[in-house]
Design a protein around this ligand. Structure first.
Ligand code: NDP
Ligand code: OXD
Length: 308
């Protein structure tokens, strides 16, 4: 069995090999670029555009992350090749921490207290019950559902939105186009955790951002392509939104000249909300390769028509 690992960071490529080889001693491993022209499996994160013009993959392509937008855009991607994504593998808990940190920071008025410290002002701000703070999670899949449940356990009122109807205990769920506006109208904080697809691209434009209540806060931990960045800036600068926490951007790395870097109401992290844990992820992928080798089906296979 031949497996190619394609990762933009050579050190990560080596890490992948080190995790895979003891688990799959019978496999031959190569990191991209390679002189191989054929392999059975590939594990890839943002591979080069010429990946499929130089290499034939026969059995399956594994994303090294939860998202698959970086693979679906590849030129010459074979139409029938199964694409399999990472399902959780330790990312859910990281995402819970990321979103809970932001929710608590906003709900507990952390920015205002930081300003008070700078001004040496002793002043106790009113704090309502967390049940009166409504957080909406857009995307209720593997990560979104875990985040929604954790935020609910912190006492917030949590609502969710997904493409198809979902049911989660203690969380009011909306779905589809018809559910979007009533969902957005209630979100004092909106957390984006849906994939980048043709349906979600630029969905959060001035029209949809205007549906959020005055003073709402946006957290984008999904993909930059979901948000129209200039519309977001306008929504914040006009005072309609209180601010945003952004982990993902239309262009990554975020260009040095981008106005987000210096905006006082925008918090930035460098696409680090939930990292791929290579050991746990290798374990998951090896399990799936073993199943495929036995002729079994695996979970996490991308539906190309849906785009995730
Ligand atoms: P899943 O595929 O498990 O879940 C995706 C969810 O989004 C599903 O609930 C799905 O609806 C929903 N969805 C898809 N399209 C729409 C739409 N048009 N409108 C409303 N909801 C929609 O993915 P994960 O939870 O594993 O990951 C989500 C995304 O998070 C990834 O695609 C990736 O882009 C991003 N991510 C970011 C990371 C970071 O560090 N910033 C790390 C990991 C992932 P339905 O339930 O009906 O299928
Ligand atoms: C992912 C990511 O999709 O890290 O896994 O963004």
């Amino acid at each position: 069995m031949k497996i190619v690992i394609a990762h933009p960071d050579p050190a990560a490529g080596e890490r992948w090999c080190a995790e895979l080889s003891p688990r799959l001693p019978q496999a031959q491993l190569a990191t991209w670029p390679t002189d191989w022209t054929q392999a059975d499996y590939a594990i890839a994160w943002k591979p080069a555009d010429d990946f499929f013009t130089r290499l034939q993959i026969d059995r399956a392509l594994f994303s090294a992350g939860a998202g698959v937008d970086h693979l679906l855009r590849l030129p010459a991607l074979p139409a029938q090749l199964p694409i399999v994504r990472v399902e959780n593998a330790g990312m859910g808990l990281q995402m819970v921490h990321y979103c809970a940190l932001e929710a608590l920071r906003v709900y507990r008025q952390d920015d205002a207290y930081a300003q008070q410290k700078a001004d040496r002002r002793w002043f106790d701000r009113e704090l309502e019950s967390p049940a009166r703070f409504t957080i909406g999670v857009f995307g209720l899949g593997v990560l979104g559902a875990q985040v929604a449940q954790a935020l609910r356990d912190l006492g917030f009122t949590v609502i969710g939105h997904s493409r198809s109807p979902r049911s989660l205990p203690g969380i009011e769920c909306y779905a589809g186009d018809a559910g979007l506006e009533p969902f957005l109208r209630r979100c004092q904080m909106l957390v984006l955790l849906a994939p980048h697809t043709s349906q979600t691209e630029n969905l959060f434009d001035s029209h949809h951002l205007a549906m959020l209540p005055q003073g709402a806060w946006l957290v984008n931990a999904a993909r930059g392509a979901l948000v129209v960045e200039t519309d977001l800036m306008l929504a914040i600068d006009s005072g309609h939104l209180a601010g945003a926490t952004l982990d993902v951007f239309q262009t990554e790395p975020l260009p040095e000249t981008h106005p987000f870097w210096v905006h006082p109401k925008i918090r930035i992290t460098p696409h680090s909300a939930a990292a791929t844990l290579i050991d746990e992820t290798a374990e998951q992928i090896v399990g799936k390769i073993s199943s495929l080798e036995r002729g079994e089906t695996v979970s996490g296979v991308v539906d190309r028509a849906r785009g995730y």
